[in-house]
Design a binder for this molecule. Structure first.
Ligand SMILES: Cc1cc2nc3c(=O)[nH]c(=O)nc-3n(C[C@H](O)[C@H](O)[C@H](O)COP(=O)(O)O)c2cc1C
Length: 210
């Protein structure tokens, strides 16, 4: 029986964030994935809102300034990745137009079959407790099926998931008085470790069949 090599894996964390909550989750997930042994690219998608809208909201403007050094996501980041974690705040229970716009530009790669066989997962934030976190992640995951991706959700695979209660992905109820906390940080770590573990398994498995 041939020995299956343990491959290094590339993880792209690609997110949109207006006021910084999802940006913070993205940073935690990227750090945890790196700690789990992955090469990581942390990338934000392009802002579509006019500058006047950003400047009218101090938290939004502050996040734009704080994340200016994070590179904008490109198609190469997705091609490079064995696993992609997409992050988006909820917008009326749905994915933000900014992240969706980036995803929609991937159509050419989808047509060539180059988005398939990768691991995908997602994370989100809302302003209210039942404000659509799960529907946002499920909407995001529709796309994964079209990609032919391998969806790796956290499920209740770690005791911590029974505390945060979101088996679909890391999430946080964010706001000025509720910064990302230890519970969300733990969820981020659990999800990142699981994604890296399965990205390694998928990569090693595919290497034996191609
Ligand atoms: C247009 C719009 C729609 C939103 N829809 C929802 C919603 O359906 N449910 C909710 O709880 N929060 C909603 N929010 C709030 C954001 O999802 C929430 O503030 C989130 O934490 C922002 O993440 P960010 O700090 O990464 O931008 C909405 C915000 C905007 C601007």
């Amino acid at each position: 029986m041939p020995v299956v090599p343990v491959h290094d894996v590339n993880v792209a964390v690609i997110y949109y964030s207006s006021t910084g909550t999802v940006a913070e989750l993205a940073r935690l997930i990227a750090d945890a994935a790196e700690h789990a042994g992955a090469d990581v690219r942390l990338r934000r998608v392009a802002e579509l809102a006019p500058r006047s809208a950003v400047d009218a909201n101090p938290a939004w403007a502050a996040n734009v300034a704080a994340t200016a050094d994070i590179l904008e996501a490109t198609h190469d980041d997705v091609l490079w990745a064995d696993a992609v974690l997409f992050g988006t705040p909820t917008r009326f229970g749905n994915v933000t137009s900014q992240l969706k716009q980036f995803v929609d530009t991937l159509g050419g790669l989808w047509q060539q079959g180059r988005l398939a066989d990768k691991v995908y997962s997602g994370f989100t934030a809302s302003a209210t407790k039942h404000g659509g976190q799960e529907s946002t992640l499920l909407a995001l995951y529709n796309t994964v099926h079209h990609f032919g991706g391998i969806l790796v959700a956290p499920g209740y695979t770690d005791p911590a998931k029974f505390t945060d209660g979101n088996p679909y992905g890391t999430s946080h109820v964010g706001g000025p008085d509720t910064p990302v906390d230890a519970e969300a940080a733990t969820a981020a770590r659990v999800q990142a470790e699981r994604v890296v573990r399965f990205a390694k398994a998928v990569k090693a498995g595919l290497a034996t069949t191609s």
